[in-house]
Design a protein around this ligand. Structure first.
Ligand code: AHG
Ligand code: MN
Ligand code: MN
Length: 340
């Protein structure tokens, strides 16, 4: 029998190379991994345990919450609040930060998450996921405020996601490449199955919600037009298109076979800055994509360089295969030049 590398073993061995590592981070990651296993279980039981459909509430962003949005948020909190590694948490599904209750020891890290990404898909049995990011909490000893979370993506200590698809996987980076683990339900462990995931620089596959086409900016309009023109167009190749409406599933596909994913700025989203959330979605996915050799920009700037101004801040996202993202960015730069 072949004994695979479990995620616990992988994290411990990785941390051994970090000078001064106390084991705190390793244990925190273990708790996050446990939460993802619990969520995987809840998601896969689905209607059997009566968790489908709307919760009848809205989150701070005005989106209708699914029952599973609320349940998975609770799972993340309960799994991670007690061990003494965190000072506070922030989630897409909570208005304010969640400081660690006084009955538990306060730790040095901050945990940021989207507990159920793509939740509009749960009722129709399409892949969903959990996205997370770990930051250091600045100002030792102080009770953390939302300000503590206002750190650019370059400061992330770790980013990852779990995808609840045809299999459950966990994909992780601590800044030394990207590794993928598959949940073996028989033993309840994530096993390393996708070491060193990389995104090919070129692709023939793009992902965008084309129902927003009439709102797009000229740069995106031009890029997609050129993809659609295929072999006889300026790109001289035929493209394929996908749109799952779960960012986790799109990023996972891109890490597996390349591609470009866009939720760009458009005239409808201008006021709110974009669709996807900087702290819970764009930054963690941006770090993972960059660590796999891809690129993550808004069209105008590198996502990981953005100085956050609000917990629930939204940004445009264009990420994936390097050469494609750079092409779209160059089209943005041309239009900015023209406007000046
Ligand atoms: P969430 O379910 O956490 O609110 O995120 C959904 C996000 C993202 O995962 C996906 O790419 C996008 O919203 C889909 O948006 P549209 O429904 O506009 O296509
Ligand atoms: Mn999401
Ligand atoms: Mn969500």
């Amino acid at each position: 029998m072949h004994l695979g590398t479990s995620i616990t073993q992988f994290i411990i061995e990785e941390q051994r190379h970090i000078q001064g590592a106390t084991g705190d981070f390793t244990s925190l990651l273990n708790d996050v991994v446990t939460a993802c296993k619990v969520i995987s279980n809840a998601v896969s039981k689905g209607a059997l345990v009566g968790v489908m459909g709307s919760a009848g509430s809205e989150n701070i962003q005005g989106e209708t919450q699914k029952q599973l949005d609320v349940i998975t948020n609770e799972i993340m909190i309960r799994s991670n609040e007690w061990a003494g590694h965190l000072a506070a948490m922030a989630s897409e599904e909570m208005d304010d930060i969640y400081p660690i209750p006084a009955k538990y020891p306060r730790g040095k890290y901050l945990l940021v998450f989207d507990p159920l990404d793509g939740s509009s898909n749960v009722d129709v049995n399409i892949s969903v996921g959990t996205i997370f990011s770990i930051l250091r909490c600045p100002g030792e000893g102080d009770a953390p405020s939302a300000q503590a979370f206002m750190q650019p993506g370059t400061k992330q200590v770790c980013a990852g996601y779990a995808i609840y698809g045809s299999s459950t996987m966990l994909v992780l980076t601590t800044g030394h490449g990207v590794n993928g683990f598959t949940l073996d339900r028989d033993i309840g462990e994530f096993i390393l199955t996708h070491p060193n995931m990389t995104i090919p620089a070129d692709t023939k596959e793009f992902a965008i919600n084309a129902s927003n086409q009439r709102f797009w900016e000229p740069a995106v309009q031009r890029y997609v037009d050129e993809c659609l023109a295929g072999k006889s167009g300026p790109r001289a190749k035929d493209f394929n298109m996908r749109w799952v409406a779960s960012m986790v599933a799109e990023v996972h596909r891109i890490l597996t076979r390349g591609g470009i994913f866009m939720y760009p700025l458009d005239s409808k989203l201008k006021q709110q800055g974009g669709k996807l959330r900087l702290l819970y979605e764009a930054n963690p996915m941006g770090m993972i994509v960059e660590q796999a050799g891809g690129v993550a920009w808004t069209g105008y700037e590198r996502i990981l360089d953005i100085e956050p101004t609000g917990l629930h801040q939204r940004v445009p996202v264009i990420l994936g295969s390097k050469n494609e993202v750079e092409t779209v960015v160059s089209y943005h730069q041309e239009t900015v030049g023209k406007a000046a």
